[in-house]
Each structure stands twice: as C-alpha cells, then as structure tokens.
Design a protein around this ligand. Structure first.
Ligand SMILES: NC(=O)c1ccc[n+]([C@@H]2O[C@H](COP(=O)([O-])OP(=O)(O)OC[C@H]3O[C@@H](n4cnc5c(N)ncnc54)[C@H](O)[C@@H]3O)[C@@H](O)[C@H]2O)c1
Ligand SMILES: CC(C)C1=CC=C(C(=O)O)[C@@H](O)[C@H]1O
Length: 246
C-alpha cells in the first residue's frame, strides 16, 4: 500500500469504533500518524484494530473548550496537523418532527453540526498558517434527501454540507480543502438507535441492494484527505450505491 500520507498527522473524531475506526485504520495504512478523539478512549486493542494511534484523547466535540484543549495538546505533542476527519456523530430518536423532543434536537445539533464547526474553527487557523490542510466531514445521504422521522439528524447533516461549502470557498486560496462524504446506511452500533422498519426502508432505497461497508467510506476518505485531491473543495462525495444521481 502506498504511503502517500507519510509524515502527516490526522485527527479522526469518533475514531474508537464504527466508521471512524475504519477511517483511522485506513489513514494509518497510508502512512499517517493518527490521533483519535472520542468521548471515551480507554480499551483500545492494538492487535484487534491493527495499529496503535499516536495519541488518543477524551474529547466531547460538542464542547468548544474540550476541542480547543485537545487540539492544543495535539500540537504540543506532535507539532502539526494536516488532516481532520469530522466523523463523531449520533442519530437521536426516530420520531415525527412535531413530536421531536427539543432536548434531543439540541443534542443532535450540538454533536453532529456544532461539533463539526468547533473542530474546523479550532484546526483551520493552524492549517492556514502552514498553507496546507485537508478536512473531510462525514455527512449522510439523510442530509441531502431529508429522511422522515430523523429530522434533527437530517437537518444537522444538511448543515454540515452547507457549512463545508461555505468554508471551502473562504479557504480556496489557502491550500486548505474541505469536502464532505454522504454515505448511505452502514451496519454500525449507530443502527441500534433506529427501528427495524427504518433500517429496512433505508436499505430498500439503495439500488445496489446492500448496505455500505465502513471500509468503502474509509477508502474514499483516505483519497480526499490526501495530496492527490488537489482541485476539489466544497464537494459532497456520495457513497450511495446508486441512490444519489446528482
Ligand atoms: N452508520 C451509518 O449508517 C451512517 C451513514 C451515514 C453517515 N454516518 C455518519 O458517520 C459517522 C459515524 O457513524 P457510526 O455509524 O460509525 O457511529 P458509531 O455510533 O458507531 O460511532 C460514533 C463514534 O462517535 C463517538 N461520539 C459520539 N458523540 C461524540 C462526542 N460528543 N464527542 C466525541 N465523540 C463522540 C462515539 O463515542 C463513537 O465512537 C456519524 O457522523 C454518522 O452520522 C453513519
Ligand atoms: C441515522 C443514520 C444511521 C442514518 C440515517 C439515514 C441514512 C440514509 O441513508 O438515509 C443513513 O445514511 C444514516 O446516515
């Protein structure tokens, strides 16, 4: 495997499991030293996971103070960060929008949207100063389509897409590229928050007739996070098995 990320540091939020873990593993394979930010970072199994992150930090992405403290520590320990993958996210309840509990709405927006903003806000000045950076935000097909009964999640992911496009334009001449991926459904622990009907309905929308694999997201993200992605910014890369046509 080519070591095209050799010498680079990559932060992956929510990297302890699921899609974030697959992305962390793939970036490591490409030569990056990987920093994992997650709510709880104990219990890492380097044999099972195939590598040891250079740093694991307990971070709540919905807290700007937590993000700023973790980034300062990352810089103090490693000196530089080239890649940020904003992956941490939650689903929230599956319920009609007019019955959606406001506290649950606030929590989904705080983690899925504000968390992306806080991490970008914190990392971008460092990347701008160095004239290089790659930010990949994990959105969702739900952010493009709007999916019934997960209105907060859909709104947060649509917000991530719009934020990425706006910030990408601001940074287009600074060497700092921001892009999103919009995956369809993957079998991860996040699914435990969803009903069986909702999961079946999501699968039925995928022309390829199967769920996406976390490794397929990781492969795409590792290219977007690398130097070969050099003329694309503010874009949404779909992983939809044929569901998204534009
Ligand atoms: N699973 C899917 O079908 C799917 C599809 C499209 C997009 N996504 C997105 O991919 C991302 C990862 O999803 P997943 O399925 O791997 O979920 P997951 O629940 O398996 O993993 C999410 C990780 O994020 C961490 N996390 C949650 N809140 C956090 C916070 N406040 N601060 C820091 N870390 C936090 C969790 O501890 C966990 O390790 C999410 O943004 C999700 O919306 C998932
Ligand atoms: C909530 C999460 C697991 C989710 C909901 C809807 C999707 C969809 O494709 O419509 C999924 O991609 C996923 O983000």
């Amino acid at each position: 495997m080519s070591q095209y990320l050799q010498g680079q540091t990559a932060i992956v939020t929510g990297g302890m499991r699921g899609i974030g873990l697959a992305i962390a593993q793939r970036l490591h394979t490409a030569g990056a030293q990987v920093v994992i930010w997650d709510l709880a970072v104990d219990g890492w199994n380097s044999v099972e996971n195939g590598f040891e992150p250079v740093l694991r930090q307990a971070v709540d992405v919905s807290s700007l103070a937590s993000v700023e403290a973790a980034f300062a520590e990352t810089l103090a320990r490693l000196g530089q960060v080239q890649i940020l993958v904003n992956n941490a996210g939650i689903n929230g309840p599956v319920v009609a929008s007019w019955e959606y509990p406001p506290e649950a709405w606030d929590k989904v927006i705080a983690i899925d949207l504000n968390g992306v903003f806080y991490c970008c806000r914190t990392a971008i000045p460092h990347m701008r100063e160095r004239g290089y950076g790659r930010i990949v935000n994990i959105a969702s097909m739900a952010g493009k389509d709007g999916v019934q009964y997960i209105s907060a999640y859909s709104a947060a992911k649509a917000g991530v897409i719009a934020f990425t496009k706006a910030a990408a334009k601001e940074l287009a001449q600074d060497g700092v590229l921001l892009n999103c991926v919009a995956p369809a459904m993957v079998e991860t622990p996040l699914m435990a928050e969803m009903t069986a009907e909702h999961i079946a309905a999501s699968k039925a929308k995928i022309p390829m007739g199967r769920f996406l694999k976390a490794e397929e997201i990781a492969n795409m993200v590792s290219w977007i996070a690398g130097p070969e992605c050099s003329f694309t910014t503010g874009f949404v890369f779909d992983l939809s098995g044929g569901r998204a046509t534009y």
